[in-house]
Each structure stands twice: as C-alpha cells, then as structure tokens.
Design a protein around this ligand. Structure first.
Ligand SMILES: [Zn+2]
Ligand SMILES: [Zn+2]
Length: 179
C-alpha cells in the first residue's frame, strides 16, 4: 500500500496511526491513498474521492477547519474516510459501511458516526472563517460565503409561490442567514 501524506507533519502522524490500526484490524487498504488538506474550509469534515482511473489513487480530502480545532478531533474523520476508501464506490453510509464503522468505533474508542458535518466545534470554526454564513433549515448544513453575493442578500426570502429564493439542492431546505 502506498500512502501520499500531507505537508503537515503533525497531521501525518495521526493519519499513519489510523492507517496502521486499520491494517492491524485486518482491513485491506487500496493500493494508493493520497491525503490532501483543502486550501479553503469546506462544508464537510472529510471527503473520499474515488477517481482512481483518472488520478491513480483514492484521494481523502480533509477540511482545514477541522484540523485547526485540534488534531484529536480529526481522528474520527480520518477513520470515517478510510472506511469509504476500502469499500467500493457507491456504498456510501449503507449497511457495509456501518458494520465496519461500528467495529472501528469499538476498537479505536472514537465515535465514527455517519454524519460528520455538523459537529459543534467545527461549526464554530467554520463560522469564524467566513464573513457570511447561511444554514439549511432542513439539515443544518452550513454554507460560507466570502462576499455579500446575491444569495447572501436574499437568504431566507420566499418567492411569491412560497418556495425559498435559494435552497439547499439536496433537500430543498430554505437557506437562512445566520451570520
Ligand atoms: Zn461519509
Ligand atoms: Zn439541507
């Protein structure tokens, strides 16, 4: 297994611990995994990108906002994404993912939860990094904006037919401005 680490040496130590543990617990990791820290904070804590054919590796992207909260907080996210990486594309958080997540939670002592995007400490960090923040009323997902764009200005407004002026495409939840 080939591992491409980040330029953050401290973070790399935690990644290596997770990788070593997963191997010791009997999981077969993909041939090549690359860990990347996104330049800008994102709405998710981590993301597994499966474009193996194009990239030649499975990419695990980490949100810099999570790391800045403290390295320990990123451990469950690293495990969460490695579990995606060892399963075929399309499994998402289905039965196979949950079985492994439950076992890894027991073995590691961390809570490897399905939904990792609304943890309070990360949410606070996220809020501090963007001047404008919108929140989906349905799922609570946060969206940060650097400028006072049209979406920011019209957040929370309803159109004449009662539908939100701007919504979260996934669940059609109304986006309200919280900052
Ligand atoms: Zn996931
Ligand atoms: Zn939503």
């Amino acid at each position: 297994m080939e591992l491409i680490l980040t330029s953050d040496q401290e973070l790399n130590k935690y990644i290596q611990i997770c990788i070593d543990n997963m191997t010791n617990w009997g999981y077969t990791l993909p041939k090549k995994i690359r860990f990347i820290v996104n330049k800008k904070p994102t709405g998710y804590l981590g993301q597994c990108v499966y474009d193996y054919k194009k990239l030649g590796y499975i990419a695990i992207k980490l949100n810099p906002a999570v790391i800045s909260v403290g390295y320990e907080t990123i451990m469950p996210t690293i495990y969460h994404e490695i579990i995606h990486a060892i399963l075929p594309y399309g499994v998402h958080h289905g039965y196979r993912w949950r079985v492994i997540a439950d076992r890894v939670s027991r073995l590691s002592g961390y809570d490897i939860s399905r939904c990792t995007s609304h943890k309070e400490d990360v949410r606070q960090k996220y809020l501090s990094l963007y001047p404008y923040v919108l929140k989906c009323e349905k799922c609570g997902k946060l969206f940060g904006y650097a400028r006072k764009s049209r979406i920011v200005q019209n957040a929370g407004r309803l159109c004449s037919d009662g539908t939100p002026y701007c919504w979260h495409a996934t669940d059609k939840g109304n986006l309200i401005r919280i900052k």
